[in-house]
Every structure is written in structure tokens, then in C-alpha cells.
Design a binder for this molecule. Structure first.
Ligand code: TMP
Length: 253
């Protein structure tokens, strides 16, 4: 079989040319990075879990009428997606203070925000993905005012869906990041949720204990990242059969 053409390799995923025009194959790696690549490791099984979890969330969004790039899962690590033109922004929605917001404003981690807050970072690793106001985005032409209005309302709908689904399995959605892409049908443009939605791009805390079940486990050395992601997948009922935690074999004397 001819080797597939690699289109783009990022920190956690690879894009290959898809089987039909207008499609890509998105491959989920086991690599974990934090601090803009300063901390790196390989977490066995992470790619398999994120492939399943992203499929679960994107399918759920599609079912409530929020368009996404997702077409179908192909195998354990790959999914078929629509080719999109990525808007170079990280769209972040926060329900509770954490991470860079808590640090910037001197807030206690976990403090309830008065309402969900949507913010934008420019996707630029060299600059460390700086926070940018909507004014910059429109002035520099990264997106139009109409795009921004649509992106904010889409991000808030994704937040309502994700918060509800996670709360149903005893998990609080602290914050998350999505990326938005454009799909062109001749002159007609549509915005869709792209990239991935997984515990790599969300903050997820157990409702009862406050235990972290997301990439902060890796960022802050809090234990096993694969155990945390497996727990999220288990609660959502999307645990792939060969990543289940089997009891360790016992030595028989
Ligand atoms: P932050 O508190 O570090 O700004 O992150 C907010 C949310 O966005 C958090 O859920 C992690 C996610 N995120 C990413 O997925 N990728 C990124 O590059 C950044 C900066 C944040």
C-alpha cells in the first residue's frame, strides 16, 4: 500500500491526506507536552483514549446541531475529518477560575465565575499563545465581527453541552479550549468545531473530591495521566475494550 502523505505534525496529533478530496486522517499520538513543549513524555494509550473521547464529544455536538469537522472514527488512533481552514485562535471558555486566569488575576483556583467567560489566544507557539482582545482579532483580520459573534455563541453552546454531559458523570467542567475552522462550499463559508476535544484541552475536576482528571495531572505531576483519562472514558462509557484496567497477574507458588 502506498504510504500516506503527511500534511502536518503537531505536538499531540498528525494529519495525513484523507482517502477523498476535502478530508484528512487525524492520528492521535501518545506524546504529552506542557509549558509550550518544555515538559515532554510519552503516555502509553493516551492517543487511543483521546481519539475515543474526541469522537464522543464531537458526535454529541453534531447530534445537537453544532457542526464539527468529525466524520467517523477509523481505528484505535485515527479518525476521518473534514479539511478545514483553521482560524489561528484558541477559543477558551471558563466556568471556574483556574490556570492562567487564576494566576493573572490572583484568584483562588476553583472560584466560581459570575458567568461563563470566553477569551481568545493567538495560536503562535513562538509567542507562547498570547491572550488577544477581540479588537486585535478584527483589526488584524484574523476573523470578522460576524465570525466572532458566531464563534462566541458556538463556544457557549459547546460549554452548555460539555458541562451537562460531564456533570452527569460527576465531573465539573472548569474550562476548555476549542479551535474553529472554516469550510467553504463555493462562496459560502461555514464555521465548524475542529481539532479535538479531550482531557488534553479541558480542565475536569471530580465533583465530590475535586480530584483533577485532565492534563493538569501531567503539568503538575499529580500522578498517572493515563489513569485520569481512563477514569473519564470509563464514566462516559467510551472505554476501548483493550485499554481496560485488568488486575495484575498474581504469582502462583
Ligand atoms: P489556561 O488556563 O492555561 O489559559 O488554559 C485554559 C484552558 O485551555 C485549559 O482547559 C487548557 C486549555 N488549553 C489548551 O488546550 N491548549 C493551550 O495551548 C492552552 C494555552 C490552553
Amino acid at each position: 500500500m502506498a504510504r500516506r502523505k503527511l500534511v502536518y505534525e503537531g505536538k499531540a496529533k498528525i494529519l495525513y491526506e484523507g482517502p477523498e478530496p476535502g478530508t484528512f486522517v487525524q492520528y492521535f499520538k501518545d506524546d504529552a507536552t506542557a509549558g509550550n513543549g518544555a515538559k515532554k513524555d510519552v503516555i502509553e494509550g493516551k492517543g487511543v483514549l483521546n481519539n475515543r473521547l474526541s469522537e464522543f464529544f464531537m458526535t454529541g455536538l453534531g447530534n445537537i446541531g453544532i457542526p464539527t469537522h468529525f466524520i467517523r472514527r477509523l481505528n484505535m488512533r485515527e479518525q476521518l475529518i473534514r479539511q478545514v481552514e483553521i482560524i489561528p485562535l484558541e477559543v477558551i471558555v471558563r466556568n471556574f477560575a483556574a490556570g492562567s486566569m487564576a494566576k493573572r488575576l490572583g484568584m483562588e483556583e476553583g472560584a466560581t465565575l459570575p458567568r461563563p467567560i470566553v477569551e481568545f489566544s493567538l495560536k503562535d507557539d513562538k509567542l507562547g499563545d498570547p491572550l488577544v482582545p477581540e479588537e486585535y482579532i478584527i483589526a488584524f483580520g484574523w476573523a470578522s465581527q460576524q465570525d466572532m459573534d458566531d464563534i462566541v455563541s458556538m463556544a457557549l453552546r459547546v460549554n452548555d453541552f460539555m458541562s451537562g454531559v460531564m456533570f452527569g458523570v460527576g465531573i465539573k467542567l472548569i474550562d476548555f479550549k476549542i479551535e474553529i475552522g472554516r469550510i467553504w462550499d463555493n462562496d459560502f463559508m461555514r464555521l465548524v468545531v475542529a481539532d479535538e476535544i479531550s482531557p488534553d484541552s479541558c480542565r475536569l475536576w471530580d465533583v465530590e473530591t475535586g480530584q483533577k482528571l485532565d492534563k493538569d495531572v501531567f503539568r503538575q505531576d499529580l500522578g498517572s495521566l493515563s489513569d485520569a483519562y481512563t477514569e473519564v472514558a470509563r464514566r462516559l462509557g467510551v472505554l476501548p475494550s483493550n485499554v481496560t484496567h485488568r488486575p495484575k497477574p498474581t504469582l502462583i507458588n
